[in-house]
Design a binder for this molecule. Structure first.
Ligand code: AMP
Length: 277
């Protein structure tokens, strides 16, 4: 496994490997990330993984300074998963002082994570565009856990005619349904026990919507269930799966998306509203 820390190292690695598939991450790797790596490998090219805790996608009051970091552990997991190249850029490589370009995607960023976290998707789109320029992958793999993020990246790639295929990968969960996330490490024992209520409430709601229950009443019930589990919902919404526009009534392709605070941790989850759950 090649470890590149400078653009010069990266160029040499790219020339040695030829075409690659790519998995961007912020490290603190778990089974969700490793599933993306395996999917990228199975797609038939050597896999490049980036580990970069991107400061521009964190708000001023967010958890940048306490975001979990474990470089040695991450490298061991990637080696084990058969990764060919790890890209570990420094902040000043990604954002040199003279850098003057931000990628701003409109429409699909207007609501939900975009509204709750102003500037977040500018940070995501900008860093992903830079990483694509550095790695030049044939295909890039993103987790459906961050559903809106996948739609934002797809929009950017289409709008900028970037020569990369975006491949979404289904959410990897714990046995009790909780979506795997680096931030789960912040949950106290009691919070960890309460956390699966988010997936449970969304699963029930998908069944209710498919059974014809009114959407507004169903979303209200999800909020009640989350509150009963000690969570404070940021949003719970039925949306068009690609535009992220809210739907007053069920019409495919639809996605049920939610974010809720549990103690200091913000949990995020979403499900397809389809009978293939
Ligand atoms: P992050 O390190 O949180 O920026 O995530 C890096 C990539 O892993 C993103 O494409 C995430 O959507 C994806 N990812 C994170 N958690 C999961 C999960 N539980 N299942 C599938 N993909 C995930």
């Amino acid at each position: 496994m090649i470890i590149a820390r400078t653009l010069e190292d990266l160029k040499i690695a790219r020339e040695a490997l030829g075409e690659v598939n790519f998995v961007p991450t912020m490290g603190a790797l778990h089974e969700g990330h490793l599933t993306l790596v395996r999917a990228a490998r199975e797609a038939g090219r050597p896999v490049a993984v980036s580990i970069f805790v991107n400061p521009t996608q964190f708000g001023p009051k967010e958890d940048l300074s306490r975001y979990p970091r474990d470089e040695a552990g991450d490298l061991a997991k990637l080696e084990q998963a058969g990764c060919a190249l790890v890209w570990l850029p420094r902040v000043d490589t990604m954002y040199p002082p003279h850098a003057s370009t931000t990628v701003h995607v409109t429409n699909v960023t207007a609501r939900w994570e975009g509204a709750t976290r102003p500037g977040h998707f500018d940070g995501v789109a900008t860093v992903v565009a830079k990483l694509f320029g550095q790695i030049r992958p044939k295909a890039a793999f993103f987790g459906e856990k961050d559903w809106q993020q996948v739609q934002v990246v797809r929009r950017m790639v289409a709008d900028l005619h970037l020569p990369v295929d975006i491949v979404p990968v289904p959410t990897v969960r714990e046995a009790d349904g909780l979506a795997r996330s680096s931030r789960n490490a912040y949950l106290s024992e009691a919070e960890r026990k309460a956390a699966p209520a988010l997936y449970a409430a969304l699963t029930e709601a998908v069944k209710a919507i498919l059974a014809g229950k009114e959407v507004a009443a169903t979303l209200h019930k999800v909020r009640q269930d989350l509150a009963a589990a000690g969570m404070t919902p940021d949003y719970v919404a039925l949306v068009h799966a690609h535009s992220l526009e809210p739907l007053a009534g069920f019409k495919a392709p639809a996605r049920l998306i939610a974010a809720a605070k549990l103690g200091t941790v913000r949990l995020l989850d979403n499900l397809a509203v389809s009978s293939q759950l």
